[in-house]
Write a protein of this length. Structure first.
Length: 180
Protein backbone atom coordinates (compact mmCIF):
# COMPACT_ATOMS: atom_id res chain seq x y z
CA UNK A 1 0.00 0.00 0.00
CA UNK A 2 2.89 2.35 0.71
CA UNK A 3 4.20 1.99 -2.86
CA UNK A 4 0.88 3.02 -4.42
CA UNK A 5 0.56 5.96 -2.02
CA UNK A 6 4.06 7.06 -2.98
CA UNK A 7 3.27 6.76 -6.71
CA UNK A 8 0.07 8.79 -6.47
CA UNK A 9 1.63 11.51 -4.30
CA UNK A 10 4.60 11.82 -6.59
CA UNK A 11 2.40 11.94 -9.71
CA UNK A 12 0.32 14.73 -8.18
CA UNK A 13 3.45 16.56 -7.14
CA UNK A 14 5.09 16.08 -10.54
CA UNK A 15 2.02 17.49 -12.29
CA UNK A 16 2.69 20.91 -10.74
CA UNK A 17 5.28 21.40 -13.48
CA UNK A 18 3.06 20.18 -16.28
CA UNK A 19 -0.70 20.61 -16.53
CA UNK A 20 -1.90 23.55 -14.51
CA UNK A 21 -5.70 23.15 -14.53
CA UNK A 22 -6.63 25.86 -12.06
CA UNK A 23 -5.32 27.82 -9.11
CA UNK A 24 -6.35 28.69 -5.60
CA UNK A 25 -3.65 30.79 -4.00
CA UNK A 26 -0.52 28.97 -5.02
CA UNK A 27 -2.03 25.48 -4.66
CA UNK A 28 -2.67 23.87 -8.04
CA UNK A 29 -5.61 21.60 -8.73
CA UNK A 30 -5.42 18.73 -11.19
CA UNK A 31 -7.89 16.36 -12.73
CA UNK A 32 -7.82 13.14 -10.75
CA UNK A 33 -8.14 10.97 -13.86
CA UNK A 34 -5.12 12.68 -15.47
CA UNK A 35 -2.97 11.79 -12.48
CA UNK A 36 -4.15 8.20 -12.12
CA UNK A 37 -3.85 7.32 -15.83
CA UNK A 38 -0.04 7.19 -15.60
CA UNK A 39 -0.08 4.60 -12.81
CA UNK A 40 -0.28 1.17 -14.44
CA UNK A 41 0.83 -1.33 -11.81
CA UNK A 42 -2.29 -1.15 -9.63
CA UNK A 43 -5.96 -1.99 -10.02
CA UNK A 44 -8.70 0.66 -10.17
CA UNK A 45 -9.95 -0.49 -6.75
CA UNK A 46 -6.48 -0.04 -5.22
CA UNK A 47 -6.22 3.44 -6.73
CA UNK A 48 -9.65 4.48 -5.39
CA UNK A 49 -8.86 3.13 -1.91
CA UNK A 50 -5.56 4.97 -1.84
CA UNK A 51 -7.15 8.27 -2.92
CA UNK A 52 -9.67 7.89 -0.06
CA UNK A 53 -6.77 7.24 2.34
CA UNK A 54 -4.91 10.30 1.05
CA UNK A 55 -7.98 12.46 1.73
CA UNK A 56 -8.50 10.89 5.16
CA UNK A 57 -4.87 11.60 6.10
CA UNK A 58 -5.22 15.18 4.79
CA UNK A 59 -2.50 14.71 2.18
CA UNK A 60 -4.75 15.89 -0.66
CA UNK A 61 -7.74 18.19 -1.04
CA UNK A 62 -10.52 17.33 -3.42
CA UNK A 63 -13.03 19.56 -5.13
CA UNK A 64 -15.44 19.15 -8.01
CA UNK A 65 -15.44 21.65 -10.80
CA UNK A 66 -18.50 22.92 -12.63
CA UNK A 67 -18.30 20.04 -15.16
CA UNK A 68 -18.43 17.47 -12.37
CA UNK A 69 -14.84 16.26 -12.75
CA UNK A 70 -12.81 15.79 -9.60
CA UNK A 71 -9.91 18.17 -9.04
CA UNK A 72 -7.27 17.45 -6.42
CA UNK A 73 -4.26 19.21 -4.94
CA UNK A 74 -1.59 18.35 -2.43
CA UNK A 75 -1.85 19.92 0.98
CA UNK A 76 1.33 21.21 2.59
CA UNK A 77 1.50 17.92 4.51
CA UNK A 78 1.13 16.03 1.20
CA UNK A 79 3.89 18.08 -0.44
CA UNK A 80 6.23 17.30 2.42
CA UNK A 81 5.43 13.59 2.18
CA UNK A 82 6.06 13.61 -1.61
CA UNK A 83 9.39 15.40 -1.13
CA UNK A 84 10.37 12.91 1.59
CA UNK A 85 9.70 10.03 -0.82
CA UNK A 86 11.84 11.76 -3.40
CA UNK A 87 14.72 12.23 -0.96
CA UNK A 88 14.60 8.53 -0.08
CA UNK A 89 14.84 7.69 -3.78
CA UNK A 90 17.91 9.91 -4.13
CA UNK A 91 19.73 7.63 -1.69
CA UNK A 92 19.23 4.70 -4.10
CA UNK A 93 20.38 6.41 -7.31
CA UNK A 94 22.66 4.15 -9.30
CA UNK A 95 23.22 6.14 -12.48
CA UNK A 96 26.58 6.91 -14.04
CA UNK A 97 28.24 9.82 -12.25
CA UNK A 98 28.74 12.90 -14.43
CA UNK A 99 31.82 14.03 -12.44
CA UNK A 100 30.03 17.03 -10.92
CA UNK A 101 29.22 17.62 -7.27
CA UNK A 102 25.93 19.10 -6.09
CA UNK A 103 26.61 21.29 -3.06
CA UNK A 104 24.17 22.54 -0.46
CA UNK A 105 25.41 25.03 2.10
CA UNK A 106 23.35 26.90 4.62
CA UNK A 107 23.43 29.34 7.47
CA UNK A 108 19.99 29.07 9.02
CA UNK A 109 19.35 31.28 12.10
CA UNK A 110 18.60 29.65 15.44
CA UNK A 111 14.98 30.85 15.32
CA UNK A 112 14.50 28.51 12.31
CA UNK A 113 16.20 25.56 14.01
CA UNK A 114 13.34 23.18 13.16
CA UNK A 115 13.76 23.85 9.43
CA UNK A 116 17.54 23.59 9.68
CA UNK A 117 17.32 20.26 11.48
CA UNK A 118 14.76 19.02 8.92
CA UNK A 119 17.09 20.02 6.08
CA UNK A 120 20.11 18.32 7.66
CA UNK A 121 18.07 15.17 8.33
CA UNK A 122 16.83 14.95 4.73
CA UNK A 123 20.26 15.58 3.29
CA UNK A 124 21.65 12.68 5.30
CA UNK A 125 18.63 10.52 4.41
CA UNK A 126 19.26 11.19 0.70
CA UNK A 127 22.91 10.16 0.95
CA UNK A 128 24.59 13.56 0.95
CA UNK A 129 28.12 13.60 2.36
CA UNK A 130 28.81 16.23 5.04
CA UNK A 131 31.96 18.25 4.29
CA UNK A 132 31.45 20.73 7.14
CA UNK A 133 28.63 21.22 9.63
CA UNK A 134 26.53 23.17 7.14
CA UNK A 135 28.04 22.05 3.82
CA UNK A 136 26.89 18.86 2.10
CA UNK A 137 27.77 17.36 -1.28
CA UNK A 138 26.03 14.81 -3.49
CA UNK A 139 27.16 13.27 -6.79
CA UNK A 140 23.82 13.12 -8.66
CA UNK A 141 21.21 15.54 -9.97
CA UNK A 142 18.94 16.72 -7.15
CA UNK A 143 18.26 20.40 -7.79
CA UNK A 144 14.47 20.09 -8.07
CA UNK A 145 14.15 18.20 -4.81
CA UNK A 146 16.39 20.70 -3.02
CA UNK A 147 14.65 23.79 -4.40
CA UNK A 148 11.21 22.42 -3.58
CA UNK A 149 12.17 21.49 -0.02
CA UNK A 150 13.83 24.86 0.59
CA UNK A 151 10.75 26.65 -0.75
CA UNK A 152 8.35 24.53 1.33
CA UNK A 153 10.25 25.43 4.52
CA UNK A 154 10.65 29.08 3.40
CA UNK A 155 14.43 29.00 3.77
CA UNK A 156 15.41 30.54 0.42
CA UNK A 157 17.38 33.33 2.14
CA UNK A 158 19.50 30.89 4.14
CA UNK A 159 20.27 27.98 1.81
CA UNK A 160 22.38 27.91 -1.36
CA UNK A 161 22.64 25.15 -3.95
CA UNK A 162 25.34 24.82 -6.56
CA UNK A 163 27.03 22.46 -8.99
CA UNK A 164 30.82 22.18 -8.85
CA UNK A 165 33.36 20.49 -11.10
CA UNK A 166 35.96 20.15 -8.37
CA UNK A 167 35.90 19.78 -4.57
CA UNK A 168 38.95 19.49 -2.31
CA UNK A 169 39.09 15.84 -1.34
CA UNK A 170 36.51 15.04 -4.02
CA UNK A 171 38.58 12.18 -5.46
CA UNK A 172 38.75 10.51 -2.04
CA UNK A 173 35.00 10.97 -1.54
CA UNK A 174 34.28 9.61 -5.02
CA UNK A 175 36.33 6.52 -4.24
CA UNK A 176 34.64 6.11 -0.87
CA UNK A 177 31.22 6.34 -2.57
CA UNK A 178 32.48 3.96 -5.30
CA UNK A 179 31.68 6.43 -8.08
CA UNK A 180 34.68 5.70 -10.31
Amino acid sequence: MKKILEEILWNIYYQTEKHNIGRRGDIRFFLLNEILKDIHNFSAAQLRTTVVDLKKNKLIEEKKNYEGSVLISLTEKGMLRAINYRFRRLANKKEKWDGKWRVVFFNVPEKFRKGRDALRYRLKMAGFHMLKESVFIFPYECEKEMRDFIKLFKMEKYVCFGVLDCVDGGQRIAEWLKLK
